[in-house]
Design a protein around this ligand. Structure first.
Ligand code: DQA
Length: 146
């Protein structure tokens, strides 16, 4: 076992599959987590998945579970555009975080989506590649640890 990866999804991502499928696709969160778990197994890792609509619950989870892991794959949802608390949290973590977005934030209609206050604290950002973004982020975190 190479180690543990975390996959964290923020507000409204529990609605995947029925939430604006033209933008976010038809897969449910459970399906994305299952796909990611399979890839983690192939990579020789354990994957712990967490989703919350609450900023505080996400911070508490990261504080508790990120230390000792290989890193975090994080889709912060709309917290991306507003949460300095999440930015500070990522800066304080002892492990890398790859930020993932299903949609291309820079191609979205709303102007606020291209403002990302969390990204400066991330190792990198993958956006617009749909569910594959989560897998690519996991591969990066495992590769960089070798
Ligand atoms: C999202 C993009 C955000 O702007 C939005 O608030 C989400 C999902 C994405 O995965 O494309 O909830 O993070």
């Amino acid at each position: 076992m190479r180690g543990r990866l975390l996959m964290v999804n923020g507000p409204n991502l529990n609605l995947l599959g029925r939430r604006e499928p033209a933008i976010y696709g038809h897969s449910t969160l459970a399906e994305l987590e299952e796909m990611a778990r399979r890839r983690a197994t192939e990579l020789g890792c354990e994957l712990i998945c967490f989703q919350s609509n609450s900023e505080g619950a996400i911070l508490d989870f990261l504080h508790d579970r990120a230390p000792g892991s290989l890193g975090v794959v994080l889709n912060p949802g709309a917290l991306t555009h507003s949460s300095y608390a999440l930015y500070d949290c990522l800066r304080a973590l002892p492990v890398p975080v790859v930020e993932v977005h299903l949609s291309n934030l820079f191609a979205r209609a709303e102007e606020f989506r291209s403002r990302d206050v969390v990204a400066p604290a991330a190792a990198g950002v993958i956006c617009g590649l749909g569910p594959r973004g989560y897998l690519l982020a996991m591969e990066f975190l495992v590769d960089r640890d070798e």
